[in-house]
Design a protein around this ligand. Structure first.
Ligand code: UDX
Ligand code: ADP
Length: 477
């Protein structure tokens, strides 16, 4: 089948950027991105896109309303398309069977039902959202149970590996593109059609094809392996703090072994983002359902260490501040789950803030990209804090880092934004209460310099000399 029109259901972090790049690289294909959310589509059609990704604005500007369209007309999008990407959200279930672990497939199911209702000609349906293994089978079952005469479907798996903050680069130069499908003549033909789309810019050897289940599992496995590396180095960071070893030195030493490699070995306050926790939990649930309890327990430990790391960091803040933070002003620098994105999903900052709020601290938050409303939405989520009044009373969002730190006991670095490194820490120190603390949850600051300014510095995976031991002469006079 020649692909002339593509429809993408879901204009989120995955659907928006990936289909913008397809439209940009394939001028011979018309790409319609559709979504139920009127607001999100309006944002995609405006000068302020709903997501911040370096390089995305320029690409969207170049192709929007030429061969890239954003619309809420889902029916028209489905009817016209030869190929449909399903890019809807697959959050972790919050109630019922598999609560807290299994992926909630209600949006996938609803997208499949919309396709079945509106399609009047054969389609290739591609699941791009990360899904549990065998989700393609569920999509196929829905489509085939509602099949109209003359309408045939092939369901492919084409997981997206883009990371936020580098989405455009990851899409333009992917390490690989994975396409899974039925190993039947029709399935192989559908795979070839999608390979053809990617070959507009991705070298053929970088497009890997396989059976559907391998493709679905590979996505979960890739995220589980990446998350496991972070939990492994974070587990080592606890050992470092007890022994005097330095986690950055350990990471460097093991990363130079070419079999291990140096990526994803940066110790931190814990991983966040919409994928790692969700996908590992999804894998755990899958293993339990497959009666593989030992395998499930193995992967569950990756999540447990992540929670342990966040809790450990928050406890350190409380312990250092004389075991109580009640009514103390604490400045949180960074609320997104990593730098160069405004996304806050599962951000470590949410949990650190929650633990400090539980102790009655007064929290001031500064993030260069995250909107105030978004911060309050995260902190008042029922799983975080069910007392909205308390959050409103104790949390202030500031738009200036110097104002954020004024009169505070401590600065807590939760996100590794580049600008945090460039601040005038002398100026920050002068306006803070003494002893002034910095808790560097991302290992980005020059700790020695801060100690010399008079700060008491605590970080991950490294013991530092205390300010009261190593006070600059000016401070002791
Ligand atoms: C991840 C995968 O990288 C991507 O392939 C997949 O498609 C989606 O999930 P993303 O969540 O956008 O991407 O960001 P990533 O760069 O993987 O970072 C995830 C979290 O791990 C962030 O909170 C980051 O700060 C943290 N991290 C990453 C570390 O703590 N240490 C590291 O060494 C690397
Ligand atoms: P992801 O990170 O997986 O892209 P997002 O939450 O950013 O997840 O985006 C998913 C998008 O899918 C949302 O904008 C949501 O409105 C949209 N969506 C969910 N279900 C449907 C549906 N049945 N039809 C159209 N859009 C949908």
């Amino acid at each position: 089948m020649t692909i002339k029109k593509i429809c993408c259901i879901g204009a989120g972090y995955v659907g928006g950027p990936s289909c913008s790049v397809i439209a940009y690289k394939c001028p011979d294909i018309t790409v319609n991105v559709v979504d139920l959310s009127v607001q999100r589509i309006a944002q995609w059609n405006s000068d302020t896109l709903p997501i911040f990704e370096p390089g995305l604005d320029a690409i969207v500007k170049q192709v929007r309303n030429k061969n890239l369209f954003f619309s809420t007309d889902i029916t028209a999008g489905i009817k016209e398309a030869d190929l449909i990407f399903i890019c809807v959200n697959t959050p972790t279930k919050s109630f019922g069977l598999g609560k807290g672990r299994a992926a909630d497939l209600k949006y996938i199911e609803s997208a499949a039902r919309m396709i079945a209702k509106d399609a009047t000609q054969s389609k290739i349906v591609v699941e791009k959202s990360t899904v549990p293994v065998k989700a393609a089978e569920s999509i196929s079952n829905i489509l085939r149970a509602n099949q109209k005469p003359g309408v045939k479907y092939q369901v492919l798996s084409n997981p997206e590996f883009l990371a936020e903050g580098t989405a455009v680069k990851d899409l333009l130069e992917p390490d690989r593109v994975l396409i899974g499908g039925e190993q039947t003549p029709e399935g192989l033909q559908a795979i070839e059609s999608l390979v053809w789309v990617y070959q507009h810019w991705v070298p053929k050897e970088n497009v890997i094809t396989m059976n559907t289940w391998s493709s679905e599992l590979s996505k979960l496995a890739a995220n589980a392996f990446l998350a496991q590396r972070i939990s492994s180095i974070n587990a080592m960071s606890a050992v470092c703090e007890c022994t005097g070893a330095d986690v950055s030195e350990v990471a460097h030493a093991i990363g130079t072994d070419s079999r291990i490699g140096n990526k994803f070995l940066k110790a931190s306050v814990g991983f966040g983002g919409s994928c790692f926790q969700k996908d590992v939990l999804n894998l755990v649930y899958l293993c339990e359902c497959l009666n593989l309890p030992e395998v499930a327990a193995y992967w569950q430990q990756v999540i447990n260490i992540n929670e342990y790391q966040r809790r450990r960091f928050a406890n350190r803040i409380i312990e250092c501040l004389f075991n109580t933070v009640t009514d103390k002003k604490i400045a949180i620098f960074g609320f997104s789950f990593k730098k160069d994105t405004g996304d806050t999903r599962e951000s470590a900052a949410i949990y650190i803030t929650k633990y400090l709020l539980d102790e009655g601290a007064q929290i001031r938050i500064y993030d260069p990209k995250v909107e105030t409303d978004q911060i309050f939405r995260e902190l008042t989520h029922p799983m975080i804090c069910d007392d909205e009044e308390k959050v409103k009373r104790l949390v202030t969002v500031c738009n200036d880092p110097y104002v954020t730190a004024e009169d505070s006991y401590a600065i807590v670095i939760c996100t590794e934004w580049d600008e945090f490194v460039t601040y005038d820490y002398k100026r920050l120190y002068d306006t803070m209460l003494k002893p002034a603390y910095v808790f560097d949850g991302r290992l980005i600051l020059d700790h020695e310099k801060l100690i010399n300014l008079g700060f008491h510095v605590e970080t991950i995976g490294k013991r530092l000399i205390r300010a009261n031991v190593h006070r600059p002469i000016a401070a002791t006079n």
